[in-house]
Design a protein. Structure first.
Length: 83
């Protein structure tokens, strides 16, 4: 079973580039976006199980500069072509 999720991340001021760089090292993080608004980064994660999702979340929490996260598990998703 494939599990897809989006993880929103708050980062300490001045550490966005560092956290972004560390996220690039996690293979399950398939898309990493810097965002404006309440959350600093949004990460798309693809794993084989909820246990694997937990492990990836723990890796993200261990990155210096990560303040908090919010995980949204995808129940259904349609990908349309970008304009």
């Amino acid at each position: 079973m494939v599990v897809r999720a989006y993880i929103a991340i708050n980062v300490e001021p001045g550490k966005t580039s560092h956290v972004f760089s560390e996220l690039r090292k996690i293979p399950e993080c398939t898309i990493i976006s810097v965002t404006a608004g309440e959350w600093d980064l949004l990460v798309r994660v693809v794993v084989d199980s909820l246990e694997d999702l937990y492990n990836v979340t723990e890796k993200i929490h261990s990155i210096d500069g990560v303040v908090r996260t919010m995980t949204l598990v995808v129940e259904k998703e349609v990908v349309k072509a970008e304009m």
